[in-house]
Design a binder for this molecule. Structure first.
Ligand code: B12
Length: 259
């Protein structure tokens, strides 16, 4: 079993170098940090010191990965094309750079047979220091009574203009003190601002104003907004209108560019 800090640095540096230009960010954490806060039913079944990373997509993922993916690869209309693109980018990076290492990959949309998500993306982003997770429990005397309010992560530079896509686990890499825990920046610090944030996310998430709760460096381009505002069932038609045609089953099987 590897234990050196070289290993952590190497994993993180390699992933960052390879995924940054595709519009992804990478943050390491220890499985124990995640398991310490979630309930037993959500535990990830690895030892506490096992190395994991959480992968976020930033606004540029759409132009730098997704549009080229549609052009380059044959994709099938069965599964969400953004999910197909993200899975392809991340798994290609892992198999190219870590061919001899045992890496488990879980994506945000994947569910267990129990119908629970394979990992809780927001908790992973928080414990890795990537984006602070604001929950109902962070509000003193919440004004909503017993109503369940969903929590939301806010990134210090991207506000809400990002998604949490994957957790990768280096099953054979254990890390010690060399991986120091970093707190996610608290950019929505007042009680009033947190209440406003949770209300926007729960009552008005379709207007996307929760994403601009803090000033941001980047946000989605007009084309990306048009894509994500379009209901999922109509996105294939939009892609056709833009000139990207999904392959038929037969074409996909013979295509040389299939990814
Ligand atoms: C199921 C789901 C939904 C469901 C239910 C939402 C929910 N939160 O339960 C529905 C369909 C309603 C939904 C809707 C939306 N969703 Co949704 N959804 C998910 C999904 C797949 C799983 C969430 C889940 O089941 N949570 C289970 C509950 C129990 O978890 P929890 O409340 O966080 O509880 C845990 C924590 O409290 C933790 N914990 C306890 N103490 C402490 C202490 C600390 C410090 C920490 C960190 C944690 C912690 O332990 C608890 C578990 O034991 C995630 C992706 C994923 N794989 O995680 C996306 C996700 C949460 N959704 C997301 C989004 C954006 C949305 C929508 C805006 C639609 C959209 N995609 O644009 C809407 C907005 C919500 C609304 N107003 O309806 C984003 C949120 C991004 C962000 N910035 O936070 C996610 C992360 C997807 C992504 N890829 O980025 N969603």
């Amino acid at each position: 079993m590897a234990t050196s800090s070289d290993n952590v640095d190497n994993v993180v540096r390699t992933l960052r170098e390879s995924l940054k230009s595709l519009g992804f960010e990478v943050y390491p954490f220890k499985i124990g940090w995640y398991n310490a806060v979630v309930s037993q039913a959500h535990h990830l079944q690895y030892s506490a010191d096992t190395l994991a990373v959480v992968v976020l997509s930033t606004p540029s993922m759409f132009e730098n990965s997704f549009l080229p993916f549609l052009q380059r690869c044959s994709w099938k209309g069965i599964r969400d094309p953004v999910d197909q693109c993200v899975a392809h980018a991340i798994s290609t990076c892992v198999s190219e750079h870590f061919p001899d290492q045992s890496v488990d990959m879980a994506f945000d949309y994947e569910m267990l047979p129990s119908r629970k998500p394979k990992f809780l993306a927001q908790t992973a982003a928080h414990v890795a220091g990537a984006a602070r997770y604001y929950q109902q429990s962070d509000i003193q005397d919440p004004p909503w009574g017993n109503k369940k309010m969903f929590g939301v992560c806010i990134h210090p530079r991207l506000g809400g203009w990002f998604a949490i896509r994957a957790v990768l686990v280096w099953k054979d890499v254990e890390v010690g003190e060399e991986l120091q825990r970093v707190s996610p920046p608290d950019c929505v610090s007042s009680q009033e601002a947190r209440i406003e944030l949770l209300e926007r996310f729960n009552y008005r998430w379709q207007d996307w104003t929760y994403r601009d709760v803090v000033p941001t460096e980047e946000s989605y381009s007009p084309q990306q907004r048009e894509y994500f505002i379009t209901p999922p069932a109509q996105r294939e038609a939009l892609l056709r209108q833009w000139g990207f045609l999904p392959d038929t089953e037969a074409e996909a099987q013979t295509s040389v560019n299939q990814c």
